[in-house]
Design a protein around this ligand. Structure first.
Ligand SMILES: [Zn+2]
Length: 332
């Protein structure tokens, strides 16, 4: 089967590209823009397959079986140059590699330069490519891919046609999961990214997530835990703490989302167990927690003392009384 057909979701993008190709209107410079891990690279390879297939159907579907299709499926084809950053940089050497790749004469149907993470092209490399990108040699295509559109140099951006690739829907993503409570939760965490979903499925992520939930649950349901609890020891690993914070933020987000969406929320039955403690708080407390959670994350990343930061963050719950008239008892 051709690659483009096997890309999950993105039906509109696929159709637009295929139609443009059939009408002979496919631009030679495409910039695929969208979040990480949603299939942009696969779309670029799929489109390349259509351009190079030796037995393309009248509907513009690659055969998936000719030598050209098979090579592309294996990830190598002599008419495709795939460029990706090394240590977060695409330097002038890579631009030279592109120049020399394109200087060879060829009789293929097309030659394609795919640049992944194009926002890492540095100024020098970008400058070296400008003219080529602006006026590519005959039958040469540039497919650039980025999840940071604003960081792609404007001189490059302005020479390319932007193809927005949206995050996948939960329905699209759910094809990777057997239905279960955990699946529902992971799908929400993945925020439309297959890459994120697959990472979340790893056992290690699952453990960190459970730890994060446990802490979260205790912060918001056990009044003594903040004062007496062992959480100070449990947040010593900074990398882990960052992950915890991200899970906490997503949890708060999830809570607000559920609350706005569902009837019968009062019972909290539809909530994940660690979120139920939040029902004792006013919504404005939850919103503050969420907002200040972003500051918390920035503070931890900025090497400030995590214990102080967390205490500060959790103080939000004390500023405003709990709905049920409860407040943390401060020790002498
Ligand atoms: Zn083919």
């Amino acid at each position: 089967m051709e690659i483009l057909t096997t890309v999950y979701g993105h039906d509109r993008v696929k159709e637009v590209l295929r139609r443009a190709f059939l009408q002979g209107a496919l631009p030679y410079q495409l910039l695929f823009v969208g979040p990480e891990g949603i299939g942009k690279k696969k779309i670029a390879w799929g489109l390349s397959q259509i351009l190079l297939c030796q037995r393309l159907s009248d509907q513009g579907v690659a055969c998936g079986q000719c030598s050209s299709c098979l090579k592309i499926q294996s990830g190598f084809h002599e008419s495709i140059l795939f460029i990706e950053p090394e240590k977060n940089l695409i330097k002038i050497e890579k631009a030279r590699e592109i120049q020399s790749f394109l200087s060879l004469s060829h009789d293929e149907k097309a030659r394609i330069v795919i640049v992944d993470n194009a926002h890492f092209l540095n100024q020098q490399a970008s400058n070296a490519l400008l003219k080529l990108v602006e006026e590519p040699p005959a039958r040469v295509y540039f497919f650039f891919i980025t999840h940071r559109w604003a960081q792609v140099l404007p001189t490059i951006r302005s020479r390319m046609t932007k193809i927005p690739v949206a995050p996948l829907s939960e329905e699209d993503l759910s094809r990777w999961m057997e239905p279960s409570n955990e699946a529902t939760e992971l799908l929400r965490f993945a925020r439309g990214s297959v890459k994120e979903l697959l990472e979340q499925k790893q056992e290690e992520s699952s453990m960190v997530r459970q730890e994060a939930y446990e802490l979260f649950q205790r912060f918001f349901s056990d009044k003594n835990y903040l004062i007496l609890g062992d959480w100070r020891d449990r947040i010593k690993d900074k990398d882990k703490l960052i992950l915890y914070i991200r899970y906490w933020l997503t949890s708060l987000h999830e809570y607000l989302y559920q609350k706005n969406k569902q009837d019968g929320f009062n019972q909290g039955e539809s909530l994940l167990p660690h979120l139920r403690g939040l029902m004792d708080y006013h919504d404005d407390v939850i919103w503050s927690l969420w907002e200040k959670g972003l500051t918390l994350e920035a503070g931890v990343l900025g090497h400030r003392d995590p214990v102080l930061l967390l205490e500060e963050w959790l103080l939000v719950t004390e500023d405003k009384q709990k709905k049920k008239g409860f407040s943390y008892e401060l020790m002498d």
